[in-house]
Design a protein around this ligand. Structure first.
Ligand SMILES: [Ca+2]
Ligand SMILES: [Ca+2]
Length: 512
């Protein structure tokens, strides 16, 4: 007799939730992995071809000065989904998955909050690091097993989303690496270039197809929070000739660099990306891979743009465009030769600046805001745009004032942290960086958009330095238990760094 009782209860309870929820807008939440500012509407690369994202930007508002809270997948995404800084959670590395930490096990994430307000929540591709639902909740069984083997408590049993779609990822790949062995461990992910295959066999194409299917089949009486996480232009970057041909096969596609750019940056900056699989500029130049990498990255960006175009078309065809908020974000930037490196894990604009575009009900059309914005602002922004109960435990600030009027000033700069004690502070005009050993950088974006001239030691900028230092995060926790991968600590007493468990010194040669 349980079933009739349940039905009766449902009949009593659900309509109220349903009525309030049914009037709320849908959310299409689109993530792009390792996508820097090489997007037409952002102007990060003069040749970038992203017609669909540009169209979305014209339909909505683009945050031109948006920055991640950590220049690495897991900490950036954890911060975004919880609206908490890495300096508050202590999550700086690729591990741990936050649900394994007792402190955050039952924390209400962004999709949890939407579900509690009657939304149907769905996800496909890479939303959390380790899968749509995160490594502990249907993403990767490996991480779950690892957690069970150690003393770590099991992650929360509550799923992150009601429905989990295909995992996406690389999809079809060549039999062996296209670019040959790479330094610092010959990581299989360090690969890029053209090889013949079909778009339909790529993980991102399948993620888009599944998302389109969900849009077509969406129930009419319940709003959705639908998350699609694209993998490219993350490495390995495999593209077909069609996408590569959007870009010239010559050096005009290379980003502007300054040869001795790191002569005026503190040595400590190298510890942020000390020994990593991502090749340095020296290697990609010597091995004639720089242009191939840049062209592959641009081609993959255009491919993902086309997948986002497919989603926009599906919303239009389903008649849902006017009642759906679209947000597109990248999890952190990516260097392609600037400051002598490729990859992530830096506190410069190349490592922190990300696409952040909103469109839909409540968002001004054609808005372009140069006010600083942070990825952890997405949570409170979507809560306000959809009329959900506000939360008082979030560290982000709603961007709704800027989405209504792009010029609305914002007092707070954007803050990025990479391990304890290393912070980048980005205001409308300046970038300030402070490393754990106390060394500093300062750049004037009005005069120096590439951050080539470090002004931190110039006495005339003492006031600007002081204004930015006061935004250093007041909470700055050490790495959480079981932190691993790209995690390092600094001991001021010995001036020693422990990089991924091993000592590193200033006198050591820079690994490359
Ligand atoms: Ca990433
Ligand atoms: Ca420089």
């Amino acid at each position: 007799m349980r079933l009739p009782l349940l039905l009766l209860l449902s009949a009593l309870v659900l309509p109220q939730v349903g009525n309030a929820a049914a009037s709320r807008p849908n959310v299409l939440f689109i993530a792009i992995d390792d996508q820097n500012d090489w997007i037409g509407a952002l102007g990060g690369h003069p040749l970038a071809k992203t017609p669909h994202l540009d169209r979305l930007a014209a339909r909505g508002t683009v945050m031109l000065n948006a920055h991640c809270q950590s220049p690495l997948c897991n900490p950036s995404r954890t911060s975004l989904m919880l609206s908490l800084r890495p300096t508050t959670t202590g999550i700086y590395g690729l591990s741990p998955w936050f649900r394994t930490l007792p402190e955050w096990r039952d924390r209400v994430s962004l999709p949890n909050h939407f579900k509690a307000h009657g939304y149907r929540t769905l996800a496909t591709g890479k939303i959390y690091h380790g899968g749509a639902g995160g490594p502990g909740a249907g993403g990767a069984g490996k991480a779950k097993k690892k957690a069970a083997d150690s003393a770590t408590p099991a992650p929360s049993a509550a799923p992150e989303f009601d429905v989990i779609g295909p995992a996406g990822g690389v999809g079809v790949r060549p039999e062996k690496k296209l670019i040959g062995p790479t330094p610092m461990g010959n990581n299989p992910l360090m690969d890029w270039g053209v090889f013949p295959h079909k778009d339909e066999d790529k993980g991102d194409y399948q993620v888009a197809s599944w998302t389109i299917d969900q849009i077509k089949r969406a129930p009419k009486d319940q709003p959705f929070f639908l998350a699609a996480g694209f993998f490219l232009p993350h490495v390995p970057i495999y593209v077909t000739q069609k996408w590569a041909d959007l870009y010239p096969d010559d050096d005009s596609i290379l980003p502007a660099i300054k040869r001795d750019d790191r002569a005026d940056t503190p040595f400590f900056s190298w510890f942020l990306h000390w020994s990593l699989p991502e090749p340095r500029l020296k290697w990609v130049e010597e091995n004639k891979q720089w242009r191939n990498l840049v062209r592959s990255y641009l081609a993959a960006t255009s491919f993902v743009d086309a997948q986002i175009g497919r989603l926009m078309q599906a919303l239009d065809e389903a008649g849902l465009a006017d009642n759906t908020i679209i947000v597109v974000w990248g999890d952190h930037g990516w260097h392609l030769g600037e400051k002598a490196i490729t990859g992530k894990n830096t506190l410069w604009d190349d490592g922190t600046r990300v696409p952040l575009i909103f469109a839909g009900p409540g968002v001004a059309r054609g808005g372009r805001s140069s006010q600083p914005a942070e990825l952890l602002d997405i949570y409170p922004t979507l809560v306000e745009l959809c009329g959900l109960t506000p939360r008082t435990d979030l560290e982000g600030l709603s961007l709704v004032p800027q989405l209504k009027n792009a010029a609305t000033p914002r007092a707070r700069p954007a803050i990025t942290s990479h391990n304890q004690g290393n912070h980048g502070i980005r205001s409308e005009r300046w970038r300030y960086i402070r490393y754990a050993d106390g060394t500093e950088e300062l750049y004037d974006h009005a005069a120096d958009p590439h951050e080539w001239a470090n002004l931190a030691l110039r006495p005339e900028h003492a006031q600007v330095l002081a204004e930015h230092r006061r935004w250093l995060p007041p909470i700055d926790r050490p790495p959480a238990p079981n932190s691993a991968n790209r995690v390092f600590t600094y001991d001021p007493a010995t001036d020693g760094v422990i990089w991924e468990g091993k000592p590193a010194k200033r006198t050591d040669p820079i690994p490359q």
